[in-house]
Design a protein around this ligand. Structure first.
Ligand SMILES: [Zn+2]
Length: 283
């Protein structure tokens, strides 16, 4: 019996970020596009035509209300102004104002901010530092397109992770160069060696934080580095990005998946940026 080529599949709905599962046995990550309740397994669509059309509608990812514009990658304006998850202290956790009594949603903070966090080193386009809730490992790294990652410190709260990250930022970037990440020529790093070097340099600052938050609050981890692989047939030599707001119809041959990007032969598109957009995807 010959294997038949799967017919094109169509999914319609409001986008949420792609679900990315680590590959089995060192294989490439598994990508699932999510449009409303519908799902499209993307790995099987590599090398095939894909089209994505935005209807012009956007629904808030939190409340579902229609919104003309998306704020903070998927929220309506009222939610953007009201929700703790849209506050600036989420991006800059060291500015947490919970103890000033001004947290937008103290109960949400209890569940999300007052939880163990991890400070990690990753390599997506070179060495970077990052923070995430313990439960978001390795999802966070896959979302960023990191090819290597290493948890370095465990801390008790999001705010503490912000203070630790501030220290690391004196020595290392907290940004990914997404164009470089999508070119796929990131040189491998010795993350344990980088960790040891940085911990030695930042010893004084970490000691100060332990004095403030308690000796057990900020713990050095002894973990092995993680390697992450992505399903990519071909990386672009020049990275051109699609913008649905300007051109609501995108099509091309799907050449790869990395971070929250689709790599098409016609350009790349960051699907996370279009969270809440109502699309029809045919692949
Ligand atoms: Zn809303």
């Amino acid at each position: 019996m010959t294997e038949t080529i799967a017919a094109a599949v169509e999914v319609t709905g409001h986008l949420t970020k792609m679900a990315i599962a680590p590959g089995q046995g060192g294989g490439p990550a598994r990508y699932t596009l999510r449009a409303g309740e519908q799902r499209l397994e993307l790995n099987a669509r590599l090398g095939r035509p894909l089209s994505l059309v935005w209807s012009g509608a956007i629904a808030c990812t939190h409340c579902g209300r229609a919104t003309k514009k998306s704020f903070a990658q998927g929220y309506c304006y009222p939610c953007f102004k009201r929700l703790a998850q849209c506050d600036t202290c989420i991006v800059k956790p060291e500015t947490c104002h919970f103890f000033a009594g001004t947290c937008r949603e103290p109960e949400w903070a209890e569940r999300h901010c007052f939880q163990p966090h991890v400070v990690y080193l990753a390599n997506a386009s070179g060495l970077k530092v990052g923070i995430t809730r313990g439960t978001q490992v390795p999802t966070r790294w896959l979302d960023q397109g990191a090819v290597q990652a290493l948890p370095v410190l465990a801390v008790e709260t999001r705010q503490q992770s912000g203070f630790v990250e501030m220290l690391f930022k004196e020595e290392v970037s907290d940004r990914t160069n997404w164009r470089a990440m999508l070119k796929g020529d990131t040189a491998a790093l010795d993350l344990p060696a980088e960790r040891d070097r940085l911990l030695a340099r930042l010893e004084g600052g970490l000691a100060n934080l332990r004095e403030r938050f308690g000796a057990d609050a900020i713990r050095v981890l002894d973990e092995a580095p993680v390697a992450l692989d992505y399903p990519v047939l071909e990386y672009p030599t020049k990275v051109v990005s699609h913008n649905l707001d300007k051109t609501p119809e995108v099509s091309g041959t799907l050449l790869g998946l990395k971070g929250q990007y689709l790599i098409l032969d016609s350009g790349v598109i960051n699907l996370r940026k279009y969270t809440g957009y109502e699309v029809k995807v045919v692949a």
